[in-house]
Structure formats: structure tokens, C-alpha cells
Design a protein around this ligand. Structure first.
Ligand SMILES: Nc1ncnc2c1ncn2[C@@H]1O[C@H](COP(=O)(O)OP(=O)(O)O)[C@@H](O)[C@H]1O
Ligand SMILES: C[C@@](O)(CCOP(=O)(O)OP(=O)(O)O)CC(=O)O
Length: 204
């Protein structure tokens, strides 16, 4: 039986340690795994990079220092792949997604957004996670020349009309209030498209 396509795709972006993974994991917990899935464009990149370099894929997926040791080389390796095929990692990231709502947690480049806009012109909403530099420093961020001033971190700083901004400086009440509005959007899309999808309504 053909699986219905996504009714809503939330394309998240944000600087390192702004809280993209934290926020998208919260949303997935709230909506449930039958309604939504978190897709990381960096996951297939890290998997192939780890295989080629004989590195620990799980460690590269983590939030620790191991990943940071290889970030610069991973960025260059990934950019070479994207030069040949901008949608390479996007296609790999969505290959097993069957839920009606997709949360892409780590869009970084215009080519990422353009691929999703082209493939799913009616379903995409762009979400920006923002955090102060102090919050990011408190979470372990340190400015690194060649990374924090490069496309991987700055590719979406300009020229994008974000549908949602999420300010994530640590106050749970402030974050919850912002997420409530996002959940309403998700419910609206699920309800409007229930006839065409799995018919699963989110638990919100
Ligand atoms: N609102 C928050 N409250 C508590 N911890 C947070 C919050 N936002 C982020 N963190 C923590 O800060 C660190 C970086 O967050 P993460 O989501 O990994 O950032 P990113 O994916 O944008 O690099 C993680 O350890 C995460 O658990
Ligand atoms: C090579 C990368 O894919 C590595 C991304 O790793 P993460 O997605 O783990 O990064 P943060 O969560 O923002 O710290 C970046 C790229 O330019 O493709």
C-alpha cells in the first residue's frame, strides 16, 4: 500500500548549541512517534564519513568533543558531495520517513531548503532556533574560525523568510509558550489532511 507523503515538514535551522536537537526532541516527544519523526541531514553524512574514515558513527552523532574534532573535515567532505548533488543527503535523510509530520532538525544551506521546497512545495515551514551567544557558551560552544564564520553555520543567516522563530535561552516557560503555537499549527495541518494521511491525530 502506498504511504501517504508528509502533510507538514518543519525545516529547523540554528547555530551550533542553539538547541536544535533539544527543541526538536521535545516536539517529537509531545506529538508522538506515530505523528512525527526527527530527520537529521547530518546523519547520513556522518554515517558515510565515519565509514570512509573508520570513525565511530555514534560518537559523531553525539553532542561531545569527538564530533567537534572532525567537524571542519566533515563540512568540507559534505560540501564536495553537495557540489555534485545538492539533494544527496536530503534524499537519504527522508528515505525511511513514513509519519505525516517530518521535523528536519539541521538545515544549514540554501540548497537544503531549495530541495525540500522543490520536492514538497506545499508542506514546508522554516523554523529558526535562536539563542544568545552566552547561552550557547554555557552549553559548550566556542567560536571556531573557519566553522562559525562559514556556510555551515551562516548559510541561512540572510535571505530566508522564517515562518517561526524559537527563542531558546533556557527558560522552560518561555519555550513551552512558543511550542504551544507550533503544536497548534501541526494539529491544524493534521486535521485538514486527515483524509489523505494515516489519520493519526497528535496527542497535544
Ligand atoms: N532549553 C534548554 N534547556 C536545557 N538544556 C538545553 C536547552 N537547549 C539546549 N540545551 C542543551 O544544550 C546542549 C546543546 O543543545 P543542542 O540541542 O544539542 O544544540 P544544537 O543541536 O543546536 O547544536 C545540549 O546538551 C542540550 O541538552
Ligand atoms: C558536517 C555537518 O553535517 C556536521 C553537523 O553536525 P551536527 O548536526 O551535530 O551539528 P550541531 O548539532 O549544530 O552541533 C555540518 C555540515 O555543514 O553539513
Amino acid at each position: 500500500m502506498a504511504v501517504a507523503g508528509p502533510v507538514l515538514i518543519l525545516l529547523f535551522s540554528g547555530k551550533r548549541k542553539s538547541g536544535k536537537d533539544y527543541v526538536t526532541d521535545l516536539i517529537r516527544e509531545k506529538l508522538g512517534a506515530d505523528v512525527c519523526c526527527v530527520l537529521r541531514l547530518s546523519a547520513p553524512l556522518k554515517e558515510q564519513y565515519a565509514q570512509e574514515r573508520g570513525l565511530d558513527f555514534t560518537e559523531l552523532l553525539g553532542a561531545g568533543r569527538y564530533k567537534e574534532q572532525y567537524r571542519a573535515d566533515m563540512i568540507q567532505w559534505g560540501e564536495r558531495k553537495r557540489e555534485q548533488d545538492p539533494g544527496f543527503f536530503c534524499r537519504l535523510a527522508i528515505r525511511d520517513a513514513t509519519q505525516p509530520v517530518w521535523i528536519v532538525s539541521d538545515a544549514r544551506r540554501a540548497s537544503d531548503l531549495q530541495w525540500f521546497w522543490k520536492e514538497f512545495p506545499h508542506q514546508c515551514h522554516c523554523v529558526r532556533v535562536e539563542a544568545s551567544e552566552q547561552s550557547r557558551v554555557n552549553r559548550g560552544w566556542e567560536f571556531t574560525a573557519g566553522i562559525d564564520d562559514g556556510e555551515s553555520e551562516c548559510g541561512l543567516d540572510h535571505g530566508v523568510q522564517f515562518d517561526w522563530m524559537i527563542h531558546n535561552d533556557g527558560d522552560p516557560a518561555v519555550l513551552d509558550e512558543q511550542l504551544k503555537e507550533l503544536f497548534s499549527l501541526v494539529c491544524k495541518h493534521i486535521t485538514e489532511n486527515t483524509n489523505n494521511s494515516t489519520g493519526t491525530a497528535p496527542k497535544t
